[in-house]
Design a protein around this ligand. Structure first.
Ligand code: C2G
Length: 128
């Protein structure tokens, strides 16, 4: 079964990696839609790593099979069909937001990893 998730994945950290490893263990191939810099602006986020660098890091993970751009909120249904997705999963900070996708595939909200975030990493780095 193909598994799908999306995110900015800025300053890739163990919270992201734990999630991606869990998602990989739920299926055969893991597809990751990475928010482009332009889409991040729509999300009200400014990643401090470029889209290209965030993609490079994700592609280096054994758990990740396919990385593609997430350009907008509307592409998920098309992506599920395009990649023959059986399971959409994302952190439970999004609980309820993507239930509409359950018409097309299983939808699961995974527990976030506590005490780590890209924002926290940025704060620590900026302090030095
Ligand atoms: N995450 C996690 N634990 C953390 C931090 C993040 O499990 N400590 C998960 C989030 O729940 C999400 C994924 O890692 O599933 C990527 O996190 P973000 O880059 O913050 O993703 P976000 O900006 O929420 O993008 O269309 C969906 C959006 O693009 C999701």
């Amino acid at each position: 079964m193909n598994v799908l998730t999306y995110g900015t994945f800025d300053a890739l950290h163990y919270g992201h990696v734990i999630l991606l490893n869990r998602l990989k263990s739920l299926g055969d191939k893991l597809y990751v839609g990475v928010s482009t810099d332009a889409f991040n602006l729509q999300k009200g986020k400014v990643a401090f790593m470029s889209y290209e660098d965030r993609v490079t890091l994700l592609q280096s993970l054994r758990a990740v099979d396919v990385v593609f751009p997430e350009n907008d909120w509307e592409q998920k249904v098309a992506d599920i069909k395009k990649y023959n997705i059986g399971l959409f999963a994302i952190g439970d900070d999004w609980a309820g937001h993507f239930d509409y996708l359950s018409k097309y595939c299983k939808v699961v909200y995974m527990p976030r990893t506590a005490n780590i975030s890209s924002t926290e990493i940025r704060r620590i780095i900026m302090q030095k």
